[in-house]
Write a protein that binds this ligand. Structure first.
Ligand code: FAD
Ligand code: NAI
Length: 498
């Protein structure tokens, strides 16, 4: 009895302590304190975007140094790595977004958040023009504000290569609404296939899902679709599940070119087991309402009937980025994106415009890892710049004072300024590549003891889950995602069509 009571007591104590700590941190997140108001003596920092780069910058930025204004058409941060899980209902859409105000309200000085799309940047007048592009607009929906420093972090949009029918008939996998749309479309295909009197041919068409692009987005989505089929649809649509087919189409000779050969082979064999067809060296030439037109490896053209096409064929620049680059015709000639120097300053723009993430053309891949490291780096750079600006202003003020009185202080300020003159360049530290491939398996290429560890399987899947859970920016999101995973394990995915 004594032992039993001791054990129960310890368990109760640990549970209560954990619960209290959890409650404390959750409440701390929910109840931000008062903030300093904007200070007219501080410089204005405008941040365009609320994605990986911008949010990482905001998380690390000392807002006491600047009056910060965030402009983004989404008033939230989207955790893109888990987007394919939303598309099949494993995760709730709300679990992977974090309102930007949840970040900014915790900063020392007020940060203005404006839900709008930047439409123009004038680097000479140092202004940003933006417009409210949401459904509801007030009397004012378009305005221009000045900036001292601008961080351009607007990401990229989906690359369609102007292939006919893509915009009209395919679903994308870039934004939250894309994943929600895909889920609705997928469920609609199933319900239409279940409609009485449907011919076997039409059932096969409706249940053929084509994913275009064998990059990580296309591969992860195919894996998630397969899980949905195996773990849920077989129970709720037993008469249809055998007819569901997933085809992944890739123009290059293999999927996942950024992973090692061993992991590409592992992915391909996992997909083979999962009956996901991979068509490599095959290019989508057109997307029609009920089919895709493929150019096969032997250059023949084949039209394949299908119910759903998901387009995951890479990124291209947004119009606002192209327009900004066009203002520097000499310096900004890279078609992949904005050219920046080693401190992420836009080349040609006098050092007051910074660009990070997918809108830039650097030697790094357009990934969340790169964008978030760039954001955190920029927070340090901006802090250094703020200090430098402050000292320069002080030096200017000292110039009007009598020489004898301020000589010592001036020498001190000049010494500190000299130290701040040089900005340390951005250095990317690669933490490895991870991707989920379905069937509770993931692949990972990790930098390991000066070498590379290529691993795949169930243990890697658990590592993938824990890595993403810890990368999620807040306790709230970590809790929501973990709860969704448990809910799906217990009750399965929801198959209702919203
Ligand atoms: P984004 O995160 O796209 O943010 C851009 C922001 O700018 C958004 O808030 C947007 O609303 C805003 N914006 C758009 N237009 C304007 C405008 N006109 N004015 C102002 N703001 C604007 N990378 C990884 O490293 N690991 C992964 O596992 C991974 N998984 C991914 C899964 C999917 C499905 C996708 C689509 C991408 C994935 N990526 C992953 C890539 C990663 O999401 C991007 O590299 C990353 O989002 C780039 O960050 P960013 O800040 O440049 O752009
Ligand atoms: P991607 O650019 O990596 O892959 C797109 C693929 O589509 C390419 O392989 C291309 O050859 C193919 N393609 C293009 N047009 C085609 C056509 N007409 N027909 C057939 N195939 C066609 O794009 P993705 O996967 O969206 O990734 C974008 C970025 O985000 C990459 O940098 C990637 O590394 C990153 N990312 C990383 C993830 C991870 O680390 N787990 C997950 C998702 C994205």
């Amino acid at each position: 009895w004594k032992r039993f009571l001791q054990t129960t007591g310890t368990i109760t104590l640990v549970t209560v302590a954990t619960g209290t700590a959890f409650y404390y941190f959750a409440q701390k997140d929910r109840t931000p304190g008062p903030q300093l108001p904007h200070d007219p003596s501080k410089k204005t920092l405008v941040i365009c975007g609320s994605g990986w780069g911008a949010t990482s910058l905001l998380n690390s930025l000392d807002t006491e140094d600047y009056n910060v204004i965030v402009v983004s058409p989404k008033n939230y941060f989207l955790f893109t790595p888990l987007l394919p899980s939303v598309a099949v209902g494993t995760l709730n859409p709300r679990s992977i977004i974090q309102p930007t105000r949840y970040v900014t309200r915790h900063k020392k000085r007020q940060v203005t958040v404006i839900e709008a799309s930047a439409t123009d940047v004038d680097p000479v007048a140092k202004t940003v023009t933006f417009a409210d592009t949401s459904e509801i607009q007030g009397a004012v929906s378009n305005t221009t504000i000045p900036f001292d420093y601008l961080v351009f972090a607007v990401g990229a949009e989906v690359q369609t290569f102007n292939i006919p029918g893509v915009r009209e008939h395919a679903c994308f996998m870039k934004e939250l609404e894309d994943a929600e749309k895909m889920q609705r479309h997928f469920m609609d295909c199933l319900e239409s296939a279940a409609f009485p009197g449907q011919t076997p041919e039409e059932i096969r068409r409706l249940l053929h899902m084509v994913v275009v692009g064998g990059g990580p987005t296309g591969v992860e989505l195919s894996g998630e679709l397969h899980d949905f089929l195996e773990e849920d649809l077989r129970s709720w649509y037993p008469e249809l599940s055998e007819s569901v087919r997933i085809t992944l189409v890739e123009a290059l000779p293999s999927v996942l070119p950024m992973f090692s050969k061993q992991l590409i082979d592992y992915t391909e064999s996992t997909f083979k087991e999962a009956k996901i067809d991979i068509l490599t060296k095959t290019m989508v030439k057109e997307v029609k309402e009920k089919s895709v037109v493929l150019q096969m490896p032997d250059k023949s053209i084949v039209e394949v009937p299908c119910g759903l096409v998901v387009w995951a064929a890479g990124n291209t620049l947004r119009k606002v980025t192209r327009d900004l680059m066009a203002k520097f015709p000499q310096e900004q000639t890279n078609r992949r994106g904005i050219t920046v120097d080693e401190c992420l300053r836009m080349v040609g723009a006098n050092g007051n415009i910074f660009a990070i993430g997918d809108c830039t053309a650097t030697s790094y891949a357009p990934t969340a890892q790169v964008a978030s490291q760039e954001g955190a780096y920029l927070a340090r750079v901006l802090q250094q710049i703020a200090k430098k600006d402050e000292l320069e202003a002080r030096l200017k003020a000292l110039q009007t004072a009598p020489e004898a009185e301020v000589q010592e202080e001036r020498a001190h300020v000049e010494k500190r300024l000299a130290k701040l003159e040089k900005i340390r360049p951005f250095k990317y530290s690669h933490q490895g590549s991870l991707a989920y491939i379905g069937s509770d398996r993931a692949i990972a290429d990790l930098p390991f003891f000066n070498g590379n560890l290529a691993t795949g399987g169930v243990a890697t899947f658990l590592f993938w889950r824990s890595a993403y859970l810890t990368t999620l920016f807040s306790l709230r999101n970590r809790t929501l995602v973990a709860t969704d995973w448990i809910k799906v394990k217990l009750f399965g995915r929801d198959v209702s069509r919203e």
